[in-house]
Structure formats: structure tokens, C-alpha cells
Design a binder for this molecule. Structure first.
Ligand code: ACO
Length: 324
């Protein structure tokens, strides 16, 4: 299988607390509402001029240093690419000094990093590459409507990355089992309505809406059910009872969703890891940012059973079982 041999991350310096986001968009909400309904206290935003590609390069370079190896493929999971066309990954590969390697973007919204990890693992198993770099990078500050109280408080910017290499299933960092899925009947629940080929920017009747929109309540119910079911399938495939999981790392969309999923699975509170309070929902970057967190490293010994599970627009879901 493939094993994680390097981890890196990049966070912009600019911190906005809940009061800052409320003031920025004149939002009809309160810091108490945001904190109690989502668990979010702060998030990071890029300064003007900094893009997803810039964060991806910094996180990718850090992962390469930590792995001590030059990747032979770059997979960038993102919903906020630098441009609609071309993909951002080739420019990221070029800036990392990796000219000539295969490089592509993968769009599965908040499930993107785990989709990418599973895809890269399959490519390693198939012999199509040896040391892929998988990056989750986002700048949601560029696509959220600052005046929409249902989305503006939730999202933040950042990037996380891992380097994989072929290794035995019991090795530290080994991907043991995976589960991917989708339900496109819910494609309008999380959507940027205009600007794509369905509603091209110049042919929209009425004012175009280029912003990210989400029907939070419907998404919430899907998120709990889909992540719980997907996590159960992956645990079964790995042959791991939920009680043996020592690190539960779910997509950081809402603390109540994360607690609900972990409670249903029966994973003890002391084995749950996250960053939502500090970073909000960083979409495809959320899980690799938790993996890259020094506090997670400090408390997890090698060989520990780690469960990743994510849910996002599409609708999509993805889980993976790793031996830390
Ligand atoms: N402040 C005050 N009120 C608000 C706010 C706000 N910031 N946001 C929504 N409300 C209102 C709603 O309008 C609604 O009002 P109504 O009852 O008059 O219709 C009321 O609060 C309750 O709405 P709910 O959606 O039930 O509130 P909930 O407690 O569920 O919290 C939230 C809303 C935080 C958006 C939640 O639904 C959520 O986290 N949803 C899922 C997010 C998710 O899983 N995302 C993953 C994928 S994201 C991706 O793929 C990029």
C-alpha cells in the first residue's frame, strides 16, 4: 500500500475572530451563536493577492522537506483553484521544481483531500507513481459572500499536504482501507450558482451569483449520516473495532456534526482531534491541517489507528483508515 512519509502545512497570518467577521459583513448574528452552533471561534484569511496556489506551494514545500524526497506526481484537492482553467496543480509543481511530473486538480469540495489520498494510494499500488504529493488547499475567503450569515462565519483559508511512498500495510503512515462515495441528487445543496457552463457569466439572466451557497440544515443531516456510514464501512474493511481507534479526524465543518459522528461510532472523546475552533471550515485543507498539527504528533505514538472521514459538496464523502 502507500504510506505517509512527509507532512506540511501553511496558514495565512491574518486572524479574524467572530466579531471581525460579523463587523466585516454587518451580519445579523452574534459571536455566541457562531461559537455555540458551530464550535468556531477564529479563522485565517489570506491577504490580498495571495491565492490557493501560493498556499499549496508553501504546504507542499514543507511536506517535501519533511519527507526528504522529491515527489513524482502532484495532486491538488481544491474548490478554490487560482483559475477555472487551467488546473492549479501544474503551476504548483513547476514552482516546487517538479517540472515534467503529472499534476492535476481534484474537486470533491470538503471531501477532496481524502479523495486525493485514496486516489494517490491507488496510483502507487498500480505502479503509476512512487512518491505522490497530495495537497489540500483553499481560499474560501475569495468565494464567500461576506454578507451571508449562513456561510460567512464558517469558512477559513489554509493548506495541508502529505507525501506518500509505497510501503507494507503495517508500516507507520500506511493507508489500510478506504471508502469513497457520492450522491449527485444533492448537487444544489452546496453550490456556486453562476459562472460555470450551466450559467455562464455573460449569459445570466438577472444578477449573477458568483458566491458559495449552502443549505446548512439539509447538509447537516446528510453530513452526519454519510460520514457515520462511510466510517463504519472503512473500519469494517480494516477489521478495526471503533473502540480501537486512537485518532478520529473528521472534516472540520461543525463541532456538533463531528461529535454526533464520533458518538454514533462509539469513539471516546479523548481520541478526537480537530482545529475547528481556531481555523473554522478550511474545506479540502481541514484534515491535512489536523494531520500536520504538532499537538497531534506530540500525543500520537507510531502505529496508532487513525480514522479520517469527510463530507462535502457534490454531495461527496470519503473515509480512510491509516496506521499512524
Ligand atoms: N446567525 C444566526 N442565525 C443563523 C445563522 C447565523 N450565523 N446562520 C443560520 N441562522 C439561522 C437560520 O437562518 C435558521 O433560521 P430559521 O429557523 O428562521 O430558518 C436558524 O438559524 C436555524 O438554522 P439551522 O440550519 O437549523 O441552524 P444550525 O444549528 O443547523 O446551524 C449551520 C447552521 C451552522 C450552517 C449548520 O447547519 C451546519 O453546520 N451545516 C452543515 C455544514 C456542513 O456540514 N458542511 C460540510 C460541507 S461544506 C463543503 O462542502 C464546503
Amino acid at each position: 500500500t502507500a504510506t505517509v512519509v512527509g507532512i506540511g502545512s501553511c496558514l495565512p497570518d491574518r486572524v479574524l475572530d467572530n466579531d471581525d467577521v460579523i463587523a466585516r459583513g454587518s451580519l445579523d448574528t452574534s459571536g455566541t451563536w457562531i461559537r455555540s452552533r458551530t464550535g468556531i471561534g477564529r479563522r485565517r484569511y489570506v491577504p490580498p493577492g495571495v491565492s490557493t496556489g501560493d498556499l499549496a506551494v508553501a504546504a507542499g514545500a514543507a511536506a517535501m522537506r519533511s519527507a526528504g524526497t522529491a515527489p513524482d506526481l502532484v495532486l491538488l484537492a481544491t474548490t478554490t483553484p487560482d483559475h477555472h482553467c487551467p488546473a492549479t496543480a501544474p503551476a504548483v509543481a513547476h514552482r516546487l521544481g517538479l517540472d515534467g511530473v503529472p499534476a492535476f486538480d481534484l474537486s470533491a469540495v470538503c471531501s477532496g483531500f481524502v479523495y486525493g489520498l485514496v486516489t494517490a494510494t491507488a496510483l502507487v499500488r498500480a505502479g503509476a507513481c512512487n512518491t505522490p504529493l497530495v495537497i489540500g488547499a483553499e481560499t474560501y475567503s475569495a468565494i464567500i459572500d461576506p454578507h451571508d450569515r449562513e456561510t460567512a462565519p464558517l469558512f477559513g483559508d489554509g493548506a495541508g499536504a502529505v507525501v506518500l511512498r509505497a510501503g507494507p500495510p503495517g508500516a507507520p503512515g500506511a493507508v489500510r482501507a478506504a471508502d469513497l462515495g457520492s450522491d449527485g441528487s444533492g448537487d444544489q445543496l452546496i453550490v456556486i450558482p453562476d459562472g460555470g457552463s450551466r450559467h455562464p457569466p455573460l449569459s445570466c439572466t438577472g444578477p449573477a451569483d458568483p458566491y458559495f451557497r449552502m443549505r446548512g440544515r439539509a447538509v447537516y443531516a446528510h453530513a452526519v449520516r454519510r460520514m457515520t456510514d462511510s466510517a463504519r464501512r472503512v473500519l469494517q474493511e480494516a477489521g478495526w473495532p471503533a473502540s480501537s481507534v486512537r485518532a478520529f479526524i473528521g472534516h472540520q465543518a461543525n463541532q456538533r456534526i463531528l461529535d454526533s459522528v464520533a458518538d454514533r461510532l462509539g469513539i471516546d472523546a479523548r481520541h478526537r482531534y480537530g482545529n475547528i475552533g481556531e481555523l473554522g471550515n478550511t474545506a479540502a485543507a481541514s484534515i491535512p491541517l489536523v494531520l500536520a498539527d504538532d499537538r497531534v504528533h506530540a500525543s500520537l505514538e507510531p502505529g496508532r489507528r487513525t480514522l479520517l472521514t469527510a463530507f462535502g459538496g457534490g454531495l461527496t464523502w470519503a473515509s480512510a483508515a491509516l496506521t499512524w
